[in-house]
Design a protein around this ligand. Structure first.
Ligand SMILES: NC(=O)C1=CN([C@@H]2O[C@H](COP(=O)(O)OP(=O)(O)OC[C@H]3O[C@@H](n4cnc5c(N)ncnc54)[C@H](O)[C@@H]3O)[C@@H](O)[C@H]2O)[C@@H](O)CC1
Ligand SMILES: [K+]
Length: 498
């Protein structure tokens, strides 16, 4: 599991550690890790070696600039031609770092053309002390670097990305690689910040970051974590013991949503799928193994979890389905039209899992008296997901370029497997059915939501392979995604936090 800690925690943990270590130890650990990563990139890059390669360091006024300068000094000692652009006045530039770089043969520069011709640009403008967008003085350098061929390596965090939220309030560095110290920062794991970070490398500087300590605020599952959560049939299992999921979805106008949700639920690890709603004939035709009833959730017989909402419409039958599913006293996943109906109530049972996209999140927020736009939700998805979880008193899975799953308390989970190819009609219905099946199989709402998002993202990648995909193909790829997780295949192929 990858964990991210809040900035205050990082500063406190660094303070405690620094008090026990000789001065400068942590910065040297950070700089050594950063330099090692740059060496690897330069050796693997167009120069094929460190000696003679051109490195430009963008240096801000804080310790982030210090890290960058010390790392650059190490590269200069190995023969790189290093230039430093000092973006802050000399008295606010890290003195020790600058002295080390000059002693190693590096020079300062005022010429942004250096950024255009560099092999590697180090962004040491701001780290966890950064607030707001890139400032004026940095722009010519960053523009030249991004227009050129250089690999852009962000030090701790791409400058211009909010460390806590991942918000990008204006211009920010677009990094190829981010080398972060001690722990991930939340802004690296959540879009839009995550999309600016490129591949994220973590350098251990000795902070006590074990997930078991529970000090982190954001976490991202990896293959092994998901494998440990997946339901597995036991020798004595039968379809009822494995769990039955009820699906109240689809309408005369949108039968496809029901067909898709049932199809993914059938591949989601529970024992049986019961369907109720207006699309029974279509569901049976597509999935003869589904159990189909004509009443509402209250007449459906026993299930271990409900999924209510995909393609349901918002008429009185739909309203009844939502009311009955919520009253069933089993975990209930509410999606799509179900969310619009739920917004009118302004609350949900504690074992509910709400799965809005940003637009539905806006409606849910309005239901509890909060006005926000879609763009605001997408810009600060951690904050709004948490706000919804607290207001409705249950677990919320906020879909989007980084899907966030969170309860009212505890770390938020962000999904690392997503791909823009998942933004296709019916994809949400597939996710809902899959998560509902996992709920019925006994996973807690947070686990069911995050495991479903993980598998759904993998299946999207498998079915896409870079080409457009569709909801039916995503469903068909779910077994392969599941197998790759339990086989312990490497998850290196997943660009981190994209
Ligand atoms: N605290 C520690 O023990 C360690 C800190 N480390 C490094 O130190 C960094 C934190 O250092 P600082 O606390 O000095 O903070 P930063 O270096 O992140 O930046 C703070 C400085 O930047 C200015 N600033 C804020 N927003 C800006 C913006 N948008 N544009 C330009 N300037 C802006 C502030 O006025 C302040 O002078 C970490 O990100 C990490 O790189 C590492 O060396 C590891 C150890
Ligand atoms: K930085």
């Amino acid at each position: 599991m990858r964990c991210a800690h809040a900035v205050d925690w990082v500063r406190a943990a660094e303070g405690e550690l620094m008090a026990r270590l000789p001065e400068g130890t942590l910065m040297q650990r950070a700089a050594a890790g950063l330099a090692a990563c740059c060496v690897e990139l330069l050796v693997g890059g167009r120069q094929g070696r460190v000696r003679g390669s051109r490195v430009l360091v963008l240096v801000g006024s804080g310790d982030n600039g210090g890290d960058a300068l010390y790392a650059a000094a190490r590269l200069a000692r190995r023969g790189a031609r290093v230039r430093a652009a000092l973006l802050a006045p000399p008295e606010r530039t890290h003195a020790g770092g600058l002295a080390a770089l000059l002693a190693a043969g590096g020079r300062t520069t005022d010429d942004p053309a250096e950024a255009a011709s560099a092999d590697l640009v180090l962004d040491g403008i701001v780290g966890i002390g950064g607030r707001g967008p890139l400032r004026e003085a940095a722009l010519p350098w960053v523009d030249a670097a991004q227009a050129g061929e250089a690999l852009v390596v962000a030090v701790d965090l791409p400058s211009g990305v909010d460390p806590e939220t991942g918000a990008v309030p204006g211009r920010a560095v677009q990094a190829d690689v981010t080398v972060t110290f001690g722990t991930h920062k939340p802004g690296l794991l959540v879009d839009p910040g995550a999309s600016h970070a490129g591949v994220v490398r973590l350098v251990d500087i000795g902070l006590p970051v074990a997930p078991e300590a529970g000090d982190h605020v954001v976490e991202a599952l990896q293959h092994a974590d998901v494998a440990a959560l997946l339901p597995e049939p036991e020798a004595e299992s039968d379809k009822y013991r494995r769990g039955v999921v009820g699906i109240a979805a689809g309408s005369a106008r949108y039968p496809g949503a029901a067909v898709l949700a049932v199809g993914s639920a059938l591949r989601g690890g529970c024992g049986a799928v019961r369907y109720v709603g207006a699309a029974g004939a279509d569901v049976v035709r597509a999935h003869p193994e589904a159990l189909v009833g004509d009443g509402g959730p209250a007449d459906a017989g026993r299930v271990q979890a409900w999924v209510v909402g995909p393609g349901l419409s918002q008429d009185t039958d739909a309203e009844r389905a939502v009311t009955e599913a919520l009253a069933a006293e089993v975990p209930v996943l509410v999606d799509a039209d179900g969310l619009r109906l739920l917004a009118r109530r302004g609350s949900a049972p504690a074992n509910a899992l709400l799965t809005p996209h940003a637009g539905e999140a806006v409606a849910l927020l309005a239901g509890v008296g909060v006005t926000a736009t879609r763009e605001e939700v997408e810009g600060e998805r951690l904050r709004y997901a948490r706000m919804l979880a607290r207001a409705y008193g249950c677990t919320v899975l906020l879909k989007g370029s980084t899907t966030v799953v969170t309860g009212p308390e505890g770390p938020a989970r962000v999904n690392p497997t997503g791909t823009a190819q998942l933004a296709t009609a019916g994809s949400g219905d597939v996710l809902a059915g899959l998560a509902g099946a996992l709920l019925a199989a006994g996973l807690a709402p947070r686990d069911a939501g995050s495991v479903a998002a993980y598998l759904h993202g993998l299946a999207g990648r498998i079915s896409s392979g870079g080409a457009p995909t569709c909801a039916t193909a995503i469903t068909a790829a779910l077994p392969e995604a599941w197998r790759s997780v339990i086989a312990g295949d490497t998850d290196d192929g997943i660009p981190p936090f994209r």
